[in-house]
Design a protein around this ligand. Structure first.
Ligand code: OGA
Ligand code: MN
Length: 274
């Protein structure tokens, strides 16, 4: 199958056409992988697919992990549900409501995810877009003296599951935390990416608290600028995969009275960021 990749009118992302998800072989997987390295975000418009098909699609990008928490709306253990739907007052999935600040999934762990796949089943009429920021571009457009200053720096990343904003962080005693380089290199391409985010990066090590806060704020302000961001407006059936090593993401607010239901597959990584 010859796939086509049509770049978005945006700093990152491309639409995939010509893909029959029920017939994914090694050839298609290779084409998808190469395009994912190039565009950081790929989107397929199509009908809603089965959990088996979603997991098979995710496996084109690496090893699939099990969801941290199982949901009554998912059959396979690899499927994580992101939804505001409530049954008997209880949420059926993670990250139910509203806006989410820019973050890298699991950057607070020693080995963060390699990639994420989201599949939209139900979407609100407006809002709830997922935003992706190209952190290679964000890095490359920093002033040369800032890039030099970042060389060799590391940062502490923390997160409490469910948290959507950086304010009032309340960390459990045993919450995992991780120190990662502020600039990492994507192994396959050799491109450097800024590896900090507003939601989870607390502190750049080796700087005073004031210097660290100022630098982090300026890096986040820079990277979240619209010239580096693609905003995905969801249609039911969309499948989107992003590179969680060099694209951070966020979500816009939406009307909580409307249902939003996504299924997610997480692609794991075998080594810590370098
Ligand atoms: C996630 C996430 C954003 C969204 O699944 O990790 O951040 O749009 N989701 O729901
Ligand atoms: Mn996320």
């Amino acid at each position: 199958m010859a796939l086509s990749f049509i770049p978005f009118d945006a700093p990152l992302g491309a639409r995939v056409t010509g893909l029959d998800i029920t017939r994914l072989g090694p050839d298609e997987a290779g084409q998808l992988y190469d395009a994912w390295l190039k565009y950081h975000v790929l989107v397929i418009h199509g009908p809603i697919v089965s959990e088996d098909q979603l997991v098979d699609f995710g496996a084109c990008f690496g090893k699939i992990e099990n969801a941290r928490r199982r949901s009554s709306l998912a059959s396979r253990p690899e499927i994580m549900v992101i939804s505001n739907i409530r049954e008997n007052g209880q949420t059926v999935g993670a990250l139910p409501d509203g806006e989410l600040t820019f973050h890298y999934d699991r950057i607070h762990q020693k080995v963060p995810n390699k990639a994420g796949v989201l599949h939209a089943l139900e979407v609100p009429d407006a809002g709830g877009e997922t935003l992706f920021a190209d952190m290679c571009l964000a890095y490359e457009t920093l002033p040369a003296d800032t890039r030099k200053r970042l060389d060799g720096l590391t940062a502490l990343n923390t997160y409490e599951y469910g948290q959507t904003h950086a304010e009032n962080k309340k960390l459990a005693q045993d919450a995992p935390t991780a120190v990662h380089p502020v600039v990492r290199t994507v192994p396959e391409t050799g491109r450097k990416a800024l590896f900090v985010c507003r939601l989870m990066t607390d502190r750049i090590l080796g700087l005073s608290e004031t210097e660290s806060r100022e630098l982090l704020d300026s890096l986040c302000d820079h990277a979240e600028d619209e010239r580096f961001v693609y905003a995905h407006r969801w249609q039911a059936g969309d499948i989107l995969v992003w590179d969680n090593r060099c694209a951070m993401h966020a979500r816009r607010d939406f009307d909580g009275s409307q249902r939003r239901l996504m299924k997610r597959v997480t692609v794991g990584e075998s080594r810590a960021p370098q």
